[in-house]
Write a protein that binds this ligand. Structure first.
Ligand code: SAM
Length: 277
């Protein structure tokens, strides 16, 4: 698929997901075949109930991430946070609480229906230190050196130009700024056909990066202090029906590639002003 086709597919999928939440009929999830709700192996049980209890129900229902980046990111009072691909706004609203009234949390998304839902969730939450921006993560509509922390939850795998997303993240971060991302990552060698089927199951429209590719693209963008830790390993068993409908043998795959597709937390830092000199 070309880059414009990928964007159109992603917009359509997430526009539909937002509309379903608004209608109270969320039936799709981040994967193309997985079930939804409390037993979805990718999006379920990512947040503590105590965390979500204070949020509008629609923000929680619209959660389509694969991790909980704000739980793992260091966020301080007064900081500026940017969420790349903010969807219904769950991580923006959680960040806004952490940075407090002297800080600010931005959400960036390209899908109109998601932005409408997120702004409605912001209104319901009464969050004044929040702003949802329309735009693409490959061309972030914020000035250089203006953000303390960039978070993102299961979005970078959807981009056809991941190197450009990471270059843009580097540009808008202040020197010393931090990146804290949850994303789908592939570990080790997985045959192409199997990799593509697993990626489609997880919902990666443009393909997931391997651990080494993530590391390399972050390094090339200028980041240091790069780290990647698995947070949830996806089991072949969960994808059995989908894989078998693609003509693949799930038993063989479980032996050969089990445990190689995962939700991971990726962290990195933009060097300080002195280090950049
Ligand atoms: C899997 S959902 C995740 C939403 C949110 N981060 C969450 O955890 O619920 C992906 C979101 O990223 C947005 N998105 C995907 N690709 C994008 C791009 N290139 N630029 C801006 N937004 C994008 C979609 O519109 C959608 O709202």
């Amino acid at each position: 698929m070309s880059s414009p086709d990928i964007k159109a597919t992603v917009r359509e999928r997430y526009g539909k997901a937002a509309s379903e939440v608004v209608r109270g009929a969320k039936t799709s999830c981040c994967g193309s075949s997985c079930g939804c709700g409390s037993d979805d192996p990718i999006t379920s049980n990512l947040y503590d109930e105590a965390e979500t209890a204070t949020l509008p129900a629609e923000a929680v229902l619209a959660s389509l991430g694969c991790g909980n980046p704000t739980a793992l990111a260091e966020l301080h009072e007064g900081e500026v946070v940017l969420d790349l691909g903010s969807g219904g706004g769950i991580d923006v609203l959680l960040s806004a609480k952490r940075v407090g009234p002297t800080g600010k949390a931005y959400g960036l998304d390209m899908t109109d229906e998601m932005l409408t839902l997120a702004r409605e969730n912001q209104r319901k939450a009464g969050a004044e230190n929040v702003e949802f921006l329309k735009g693409e993560i490959e061309s972030i509509p914020l000035p250089s050196d203006s953000v303390d922390v960039i978070i993102s939850n299961c979005v970078i795998n959807l981009s056809a130009d991941k190197a450009q997303v990471l270059r843009e993240a580097f540009r808008v971060l202040k020197p010393g700024g931090r990146l804290a991302i949850s994303d789908v990552v592939v570990r080790g060698q997985v045959p192409d056909e199997v990799r593509r089927s697993l990626e489609l199951w997880v919902g990666c429209v443009a393909g997931a990066l391997s651990e080494q590719e993530y590391h390399q693209l972050l390094w090339q963008a200028g980041f240091d202090h790069i780290g990647l830790e698995p947070t949830r390993i996806y089991e072949i068993e969960d994808a059995r029906a989908f894989l078998e409908s693609s003509g693949l043998n799930a038993d063989t795959l479980a032996r050969e590639v089990g445990g190689r597709v995962m939700g991971a937390f990726v962290r990195a830092r933009k060097p300080t002003a002195e280090e950049l000199e």
